[in-house]
Design a protein around this ligand. Structure first.
Ligand code: C2E
Ligand code: CA
Ligand code: CA
Ligand code: CA
Length: 280
């Protein structure tokens, strides 16, 4: 608390007050952005280091704010989660991303698999699986063309939340599941079960500077060998340089996503990126 000019105490500093006002404003604008479905989806390719083929493409939400320009998910998702708006935003992303992938699929543009992020709040929604299946059917995208990226703390959650059962149902339909930000959670490597998980996504903190940082290199090597032993695919996120790519290749980490390959792109640009690489 700090003393104001009138001598009374106020509990909010000016800075905190501004922060709270900003959050309130974002929440209000977020509600109208949901009503307008104005959230956009960007796409970032995932490629195989062995032959350059496209293994997948990740959908990443963006919010074009009328006054503030493009707001990144790191800024608004925490607020969306707290205010209970994330599930609605997630549905818009799912619908737009699957819609785009279905169009590519029907026009012979190869994209491997579409990867969509799903947070704990979204997965806890009672109708998550129903909405997912309905959206795949509406756009005509086979479930095998979709993958859900889920952080390890959520996927390894106890059975009580109902998430585990839901994920089994989704996977049984052919949708792939992967552990996002792998290595950052509290999960032990022994919890990784190839009967539940199709791919591990190594967090970018271990990937960056892998060419000069021995600790990072040892961690990525260990995760890669674990995955190989279990017969699970592996992808490194956040590879920014050629040097990082060649270290990953040397270690045997087959797939990669990062600025060194491509930045996240709006849908039209992603379509041309993919079309250029699609075998004729
Ligand atoms: P994430 O799932 O780990 O996604 C990867 C993030 O790393 C993206 O940030 C991407 O733009 C960024 N990135 C990709 N390559 C590089 C690189 O080479 N270097 C660096 N420094 N960064 C790279 P973005 O798009 O800002 O998303 C941030 C996080 O927000 C995501 O992290 C994910 O947790 C969440 N998120 C994004 N879109 C969605 C969504 O549609 N649904 C949900 N639930 N979460 C989302
Ligand atoms: Ca992700
Ligand atoms: Ca990630
Ligand atoms: Ca990450």
């Amino acid at each position: 608390a700090k003393k104001s000019a009138t001598g009374s105490f106020c509990f909010f500093s000016d800075e905190l007050r501004r922060e709270l006002d900003y959050r309130k404003m974002l929440e209000r604008d977020m509600r109208s952005a949901i009503a307008d479905r104005s959230f956009e989806v960007y796409f970032q390719p995932q490629v195989s280091l062995l032959n350059g083929s496209v293994a997948g493409i990740e959908a990443l939400v963006r919010w074009p704010h009328p006054e503030r320009g493009m707001i990144s998910p790191g800024e608004f998702i925490p607020i969306a989660e707290k205010t209970g708006l994330m599930a609605e935003i997630g549905k818009i992303v799912m619908d737009k991303a699957i819609g785009a992938a279905a169009e590519w699929h029907h026009n012979g543009i190869q994209f491997g698999r579409l990867a969509v992020n799903a947070s704990g709040t979204e997965l806890r929604e009672a109708d998550f699986a129903k909405f997912l299946f309905g959206t795949l059917e509406k756009h005509g995208l086979p479930p095998q063309k979709l993958s859900l990226e889920i952080v390890e703390s959520v996927i390894l959650d106890d059975e009580k939340t109902g998430i585990a059962g839901k994920l089994r149902l989704i996977r049984a339909a052919g949708v792939h599941l992967e552990l996002d930000d792998f290595g950052t959670g509290y999960a032990s490597l022994s919890h990784v079960n190839p009967n539940e998980i199709d791919r591990l996504k190594i967090d970018r903190r271990f990937v960056q500077k892998i060419n000069t940082n021995d600790d990072n290199s040892a961690i990525v090597k260990a995760i890669t060998e674990l995955a190989r032993g279990l017969g699970i695919s592996i992808i490194a996120e956040g590879a920014e340089t050629e040097e990082e790519l060649s270290s990953l290749l040397k270690i045997g980490c087959e797939q990669v996503q990062g600025y060194s390959i491509a930045f996240p792109m709006p849908v039209d640009q992603a379509r041309s990126w993919l079309a250029q690489r699609s075998p004729k």
